[in-house]
Design a protein around this ligand. Sequence first.
Ligand SMILES: Cc1cc2nc3c(=O)[nH]c(=O)nc-3n(C[C@H](O)[C@H](O)[C@H](O)COP(=O)(O)O)c2cc1C
Ligand SMILES: [Mn+2]
Length: 479
Amino acid sequence: MAFKDLQHYLQELDARQELKRIDVETDPVLEITEIADRTIKAGGPALLFSNVKGSAFPVAINLFGTMSRTCCALGVASLDDLGTRVQALIPTPGLPSFGDTLKLLWRLKDFRTFFPKQVHAGSSQEIVSREANLLELPVLKCWPRDAGRFITLPLVFTRHPETGQQNVGMYRIQIIDGRRALMHWHVHHDGAAHHRGNRKHGRDMEVAIVLGGDPAAIYAATAPLPPGLDEMLFAGFLRSSPVEMVPGATVDLMLPAHAEFILEGRVSASECQIEGPFGDHTGFYSEAEAYPVFHLTAITRKKQPVYPATIVGQPPMEDYFLGKATERMFLPLIKLQLPEIVDINFPCEGVFHNCVIVAIRKEYPGQARKVASALWGMGQLMFSKYIVIVEDDVNVQNCSEVAWKAFCNVDPERDIFLVRGPLDVLDHSAPMPLYGAKAGIDATRTLKEEGHSRTWPAQVEMDANIRELVTRRWQEYGF
Ligand SMILES: Cc1cc2nc3c(=O)[nH]c(=O)nc-3n(C[C@H](O)[C@H](O)[C@H](O)COP(=O)(O)O)c2cc1C
Ligand SMILES: [Mn+2]
């Protein structure tokens, strides 16, 4: 099912008894974070705060805070179904039969119907205000040492300065005052690239900060798509129906027709201010650093909008579940390049960029190193600080099993290999920002050709016949 907008999704959560309304007054400064954090850690419902101190607008949070809610948001029964849907887009290897070709053409024709579609009028522009004030929004101050209030679930729309293609990324926004904010797009992300492209020519850039929209569009803003692939097309694919768009009121951008709020404005080519610190998704505060200034030109909104938010901090938080959706969806695409990969896991403690666990079907010497090197060359996987490679008899989703095998199999000198390269902005362990060391950990059985002259021991396992006999006799033993 495709949700029309955020409020449609909230209605569905309510019907599933996965939405809790909180009607007593709550403070967007720290108090909502503490309530949301406790709820997320307990696997609790989405929350709708109707009476937020200092603002006329309600706050919705924890929209993606469990596996089942993330599935609901993306219209699937299990996250693996997302992988299956992506897999179906990939042609079968070898020479396709006539039937396969027809099926592929049919799918591509289908795909064309997912392109964002312009509509006449949108509820996101029911009210258009050129004098609006950012301080009217119930923006959270999440953690005690945060530098101020941050918009935490924004879809940031920009246009490529040469190709004109639009990009959508989720980059948090720090409010400076009623008319100005700071754009925290990391240097590696598409919004920052668009800004650099404009800055080269001394041009300011039009930007829209979209709050709300249907949950598939919100997810799509976080998806690590290659530059040039429109996140709203991807959202259309996820919801099996195009995202409806309208032209911005004061910016030359096509924007979701059914968002809750849209903050339109210009980002200066040259003006920067210190952004942060901010309690980040690593569970640590990210450093204060200079980021470009956004100048508001208009706020458009629904008559009765709901302000969407999330909090990040010590994992697991909501972003863990968004990351799991990405893990399942992108696995078939990774396998396309690396067919020996059986499964992949971004454990929550690894906060995406710190740890990836991969299971491979190992067939030749050096294969684990090849897989790690390839992953370090693939999009946002370049940030992976530790890549742990195990064989396909290990369930990568079971971290205890992975740790056991890795501790037993790895010779530290031979099987841990270091490389240097780009690092995530949020890696605070590196001696300098953005560049440093990453480690591959080859926990596969070491082959003779890899310099292991001893025999590799067999794993302790019970005889299948005995297992079957004991199962058969279990009650007889008196259990
Ligand atoms: C809750 C949440 C907050 C995020 N905050 C930021 C941020 O402040 N800056 C940033 O560059 N990326 C942030 N990200 C990650 C990007 O949204 C993500 O890497 C996305 O793929 C970037 O899109 P792009 O490739 O189109 O730039 C955040 C992700 C989530 C889920
Ligand atoms: Mn992008």
